[in-house]
Design a protein around this ligand. Structure first.
Ligand SMILES: [Mn+2]
Length: 252
């Protein structure tokens, strides 16, 4: 069977209803339908959800359509990998047991059609991320997770919505800072390629990037907020594509 591998990241599905959210969900379901029809493999490279938290008995309602779609894709024969992002890493057994996807809590290495891939959401790699790296240790601490789980889900998701609204304010960055981030991201990718990897795939920066270096390639997947971008690997070449702006036929 032909190799067909899709990569997406940073969809940031929200736990509330809005017009843009509706459009985003519709586009994503459309995209996932295609992956399903091809029985292709999908890597979700972090931040599928703007906030995810797992309880023992309940699941968040706003994500139901997407979760159902992922389950149907697995049932149809797709292989799905979910990597933790910095907005959604509190996965327990729900997505693996109920949906049948494979979960990767941090970076992963794999070989596809003879090419070695390094896949990582990309949070915490910038020099200015020092504070974040400390916060990451606290937020992923078992005691913190245990205590947060004691909060009623209606309240927990309200807190998440408020915190996420604040951090969104911070992501309206100036162009100089964006270029600085792209430079550091490229440096990071080149370092990984120097370690012997053929393809480095990252998300997190919301900067669609296709950077060639020596015989390697760094792809930043962009996002599904502004760009609706994704990576596609056919067994020979890895390409950065845009959903419906160029159909797969014209972009490949
Ligand atoms: Mn992120």
């Amino acid at each position: 069977m032909a190799t067909q591998i899709y990569f997406i990241s940073d969809i940031h599905l929200h736990c509330y209803y809005s017009e843009s959210e509706k459009r985003k969900q519709a586009a994503l379901l459309d995209f996932l339908d295609q992956v399903k029809a091809q029985k292709a493999t999908l890597y979700i490279v972090g931040d599928l959800f703007d906030f995810w938290f797992e309880y023992k008995y309940v699941i968040p309602r706003h994500f139901f359509r997407i979760l159902r779609q992922l389950q149907e894709m697995v049932d149809a024969g797709c292989e799905i990998h979910v990597l933790a992002g910095n907005h959604d890493y509190w996965f327990e057994s729900f997505i693996t047991v109920e949906l049948g996807v494979q979960f990767h809590p941090s970076s992963m290495k794999t070989t596809i059609a003879g090419k070695s891939f390094f896949i990582y959401h990309g949070d915490g790699i910038l020099r200015r991320d020092r504070g974040y790296r400390l916060m990451k240790r606290i937020l992923r601490n078992r005691l913190f997770i245990f205590l947060f789980r004691l909060i009623h889900p209606d309240i927990a998701f309200k807190i998440a919505k408020a915190v996420s609204g604040k951090s969104r304010h911070l992501t309206l960055r100036d162009p100089d800072l964006i270029e600085q981030e792209r430079k550091e991201l490229i440096q990071y990718g080149e370092k990984i390629i120097d370690q012997g990897f053929d393809v480095v795939v990252t998300g997190h920066f919301h900067l669609p990037t296709d950077h060639r270096y020596k015989n390697g390639q760094l792809i930043n997947l962009g996002d599904w907020i502004r760009y609706f971008s994704f990576g596609y690997f056919d067994g020979h070449a890895m390409r950065l594509c845009y959903w419906k702006r160029q159909t797969l036929k014209t972009s490949l």
